[in-house]
Design a protein around this ligand. Structure first.
Ligand code: NAD
Length: 499
């Protein structure tokens, strides 16, 4: 049995706590590795050396730090297949999808190559007589990133890129279910020239997370995960005087207007609803067709597309559409939610439960499920299912559909499919959701914009990546400087007293 490590001071370090958790292979249901869970004392040591390393790194000029990002990006690109394989092995997503996971993280590193421009301050010449005013952005010191299982490459890269390029050191605590990608990335960062100690990967569970939140040296916490934990982390970090940006769960709706191209809308729903087994915070989990005719025509198009989906292990080839869910507990929870949907009166149009794949009978597979006639009060509507289950809520009018999105407690992403520009503009303007797609089902903004939800999908301020991230990971210092009139008489050849 492979025993995984932490990454401290530029090398793999074994855990000393004696506590371990199993890292599963979701396709087979077998344990593939043991992961050490760090103690607060191990964290303390990692933070102490990160603090020393940060002093040198933070004083390194921004362009040199950007060069490390350039090399890092190059190495990620060169190793994309290897990284994708590590992602798939622990997460279970298909290799093309895992490559996308790495790619969307790499794109943030690409923007970090331009960090010097992001860190430029402001300057006002002659703000008063002999007075100049200027601001500078300085690193915070040692910061922490706490990341979820579902994007083992992308989200750690979203955290470490802007934090490190801004001159901070980072303690990264990846998900204990998909931990190996973080270590692989740390090795590449070292090869790119990142000094040892600037990026420490500390594995663990709640015990080490709580120690991070309480540690006086940690200046900021960037968290991504489920809403209850995001809210908890935000509260505890803020209470300890830290900056915190905590991104939570989602329930993303897609409106389908009567004038939409229904084939395109159905294709979009298949990708956004079932891709990565629905384990994406930007997955569309609720389809909202407007009008009964639209709903009937949409369901009619979805069924044959769903029936064609191929579920299997990532090793079975590129024609697999999605893999298993992450744990047995997750599989059981999804099945229980489907049962509750049936009990509460929704129509289960396609039932994905009970899927068995030959040779992988113990894998955590869930087939694709489709519900029709879902209503606001049902558990399948209220809960983030985080599985391959698409719910259809029929709306009579555009206003009904819009109010459904507005009233939902989550506000990560949403989309509208329509041929009418005016409806699309109205939707984008009025909806209270952070990321909006127009004829685009998963509107994850590109890396020079910024990513973040509203309502219970995010706690704190400033988004992930893009200009917001550089603000989050730096603090502003503003200098007011006055110089009294100088001598200005030119060179003197006489030897005279300094009075
Ligand atoms: P999770 O909340 O279970 O875990 C996230 C991190 O928190 C992990 O590192 C975990 O070790 C830690 N953690 C878990 N329980 C904790 C506790 N009680 N105390 C302290 N730390 C704890 O989330 P997950 O299951 O890994 O990821 C899936 C969730 O993440 C979904 O809800 C999904 O929507 C969300 N997500 C959100 C975004 C976003 O940007 N908004 C992106 C990806 C995933």
């Amino acid at each position: 049995m492979q025993e995984l490590c932490h990454w401290i001071d530029g090398k793999e370090v074994k855990g000393t706590s004696g506590r371990f958790t199993d890292v599963m292979n979701p396709a087979t249901g077998e344990v593939q590795a043991r992961l050490p869970l760090a103690t607060p004392a191990e964290l303390d040591a990692a933070i102490a050396s990160a603090e020393r390393a940060q002093q040198v790194w933070g004083a390194t000029n921004p362009q040199r730090r950007a060069r490390v990002m350039m090399k890092f990006g190059q190495l990620i690109n060169d190793n994309i297949d290897k990284l994708a394989e590590i992602v798939s092995r622990e997460h279970g997503k298909t290799l093309p999808d895992a490559r996308g996971d790495v790619q969307r993280g790499l794109e943030v590193i690409e923007v970090c190559m331009g960090t010097p421009a992001q860190l430029k301050g402001e300057f006002t010449d002659s703000a008063g007589p002999g007075i100049d005013l200027y601001s500078m952005r300085q690193p915070l010191g040692v910061v922490a990133g706490i990341t979820p299982f579902n994007f083992p490459a992308m989200i750690p890269l979203w955290k470490m890129g802007p934090a490190l390029a801004s001159g901070n050191a980072m303690i990264l605590k990846p998900s204990e279910r998909t931990p190996s990608t973080a270590i692989a990335l740390a090795k590449l960062a070292q090869e790119a020239g990142l000094p040892d100690g600037v990026l420490q990967v500390v594995n663990g569970d709640k015990e080490v997370v709580d120690a991070i939140l309480d540690h006086p040296t940690i200046q900021a916490v960037g968290f991504v995960g489920s809403t209850p934990i995001a809210q908890y982390i935000y509260g505890r970090a803020a209470n300890n005087g830290k900056r915190a940006q905590c991104f939570g769960g989602a329930k993303n709706h897609m409106l389908i207007m009567p004038d939409a191209d229904l084939d395109k809308a159905a294709d979009a729903l298949i990708g956004a609803g079932y891709g990565a087994a629905g384990e994406r915070c930007m997955a569309i989990s609720v389809a909202v067709p407007v009008g009964q005719k639209t709903a009937d025509a949409l369901i009619e198009r979805l069924i044959p597309r769903i029936e064609k989906l191929k579920v299997g292990p990532y090793t079975a080839g590129d024609d697999v559409d999605f893999g298993p869910v992450i744990t047995k507990a997750s599989q059981d929870r999804i099945n229980a939610l489907i049962a509750s949907g049936v009990e509460q009166g929704a129509k289960l149009v396609v039932d994905g439960r009970g899927l068995k794949i030959q040779g992988y009978e113990n894998g955590f597979f869930c087939g694709p499920s489709l519900f029709d006639n879902v209503t606001r009060d049902m558990d399948i509507y209220k809960e983030e299912i985080f599985g391959p289950v698409l719910s259809t809520v029929r709306a009579e009018t555009y206003e009904d559909a819009l109010s459904l999105v507005i009233d939902n407690e989550y506000g990560n992403g949403t989309a509208i499919f329509t041929a009418d520009g005016d409806t699309a503009r109205d939707f984008a303007s009025r909806v209270n959701v952070g990321m909006v797609g127009i004829n685009f089902p998963i509107p994850v903004p590109l890396s020079y914009y910024t990513f973040g939800g509203w309502k219970k999908s995010a706690f704190g301020d400033l988004n992930q990546y893009g200009p917001d991230a550089f603000r989050f990971y730096t603090k502003t210092k503003t200098v007011t400087a006055r110089w009294f009139s100088g001598i200005k008489e030119g060179a003197s050849l006489n030897f005279k007293a300094l009075d």
